[in-house]
Design a protein. Sequence first.
Length: 368
Amino acid sequence: MSTVTGFICDESYFWHQTGNGALNLSSGGWIQADTHAENPETKRRVKNLLDRSKFMDELQQIAPRSATRAEIEMNHSSPYIDRIKELSDAGGGDAVVHAIVGPDSYKIALKSTGGLLTSVDAVMEERVQNAYALVRPPGHHAEHDEGMGFCLFNNVAIAAKYAREKYGLKRIVILDWDVHHGNGTETAFKNDSDVLFISVHQENIFPENRGAVTYTGKGSGEGYNVNIELPAGTGDEGYFYTFDKLIEPIIDQYEPELIFVSAGQDASRFDPIGRMLVTADGYFQMSNRIKKLAEKHSNGRLIACHEGGYSTAYVPFCTLRVIEALRGKESPVEDPFDLGFHEGPMYPHQKEAVYRAVAIQSAYWDVG
Ligand SMILES: [Zn+2]
């Protein structure tokens, strides 16, 4: 179905500086540092590909506003926000665990979160049906009082809290398909039943000791936190199987009024940090599936928020396919890395991983 799709981006997102590094390591180790893995190029090339393919003409570009300090405080402690601002004003530093602040990063991070808030208003006021927010720095690892995994403020968590408060929503889904566990988002809603958090991620990758399939939320939030750990090497088929057995039935039963996707394209087959095998077409199909769920339950209201993805060559093609699915129209761009073969059917241990999650979730949902 053809759709009005918003696209939210700002030049400043590419100006957040993470310095030199070797992949995810900061400079100063045993080898010479080149460019830090979380650098602007991956994201800038997404925008370049949209421009060059003219698919940008298919989208409604919306300029993001900045989040206010009070909005950031919906999810982060005041001392933590002060620390980010101080590091930013002082020219940069590390806000705890691999979360680098550069000069002016505070203002850029406010605009990154603001990009999500702008998306929420555009979707809720029905100016667009769905939206892709190409924001940076990313957010899903950021905890209440510490930055983590290249994330400063938790864009999606703040946006969900904002949507809940401003528009009185009672049921919001956040589907996080970034290859890493969305720990910060999980923490934000662990006690809540009005935000259902579903994270599908590579097992035991990052952060340490988070994302266990057995963790289902706390108190009144119990049963509203779904962790699906997949083994390294899982590709398109495994992700589709996860949609079949868990994601689709759970979302059908929850009947959300708004859906967010924490869209990390670091489960791709070329990612230098992740170890999964999702193709650009795989991202297209997953996006189609979540779009159909949004059309069925939430009047099409769907917001995809860019998170991780570190292959500068492949993330643009994967992300373009996500945006094509949201828009309901395909560009003439073909995946230049599609060699005509896929990894084929799932291995038994991959199916078993899905069934471990089904066994846990069957206490709360009709799944499997
Ligand atoms: Zn990631």
